[in-house]
Unconditional design. Structure first.
Length: 176
């Protein structure tokens, strides 16, 4: 996938951040048209903002990476989202069909739920009215119930994958 940027070590991360600062005006142009991103019409609403998502294993330097990315002009990063994606996943498991069961509800539009998730994150970050900035968050992979959920909720995001090469050392410090 062209939107995934692997980041392997802190030195590599620093290089990636410097590179992002240089290309922020060119390669990461704001709100590329949905047609150019090859997403369906139903997902157009989910591509209105420029999202950056850092997916990371624990104890891999994700907080440092997030702070470095946040220091790049026109990019504002936010920390973990306090389980918001878990709530969305739980709703997906329940289904979107209308029901007359104990938790009665009419049919739920999954695109609108995903858009509401994006909007809620923007409110939490304080970026609701800032349309010129890339906004994003970091998410530890062990706290994501389903990676497809992230890509479906943020179909046009720029994804940065962060992990530690020395997995045995990572396990020793409780990162896996």
């Amino acid at each position: 996938r062209e939107q995934i940027i692997p980041v392997f070590r802190m030195s590599t991360m620093l290089w990636a951040i410097v590179t992002m600062a240089v290309v922020a005006e060119s390669a990461w142009e704001s709100r590329v048209s949905v047609g150019e991103k090859n997403v369906g019409e139903e997902s157009e609403i989910l591509c209105e903002r420029n999202w950056v998502v850092v997916l990371s294993t624990g104890r891999a330097g994700s907080t440092s990476l997030m702070k470095m990315i946040d220091s790049v002009p026109k990019i504002s990063m936010y920390g973990e989202n306090h389980g918001l994606l878990n709530l969305l996943y739980d709703q997906l498991l329940e289904g979107f069909e209308a029901t007359n069961e104990a938790f009665h509800h009419n049919a739920i539009d999954s695109i609108r739920i995903r858009k509401a998730t994006q909007d809620f994150l923007l409110e939490m970050m304080g970026h609701r009215d800032n349309n010129e900035t890339f906004v994003g968050f970091k998410q530890l992979t062990k706290r994501i119930p389903n990676l497809n959920l992230v890509s479906e909720t943020f179909p046009c995001a720029k994804y940065i994958i962060n992990y530690r090469r020395n997995i045995s050392a990572q396990v020793q410090v409780g990162g896996c």
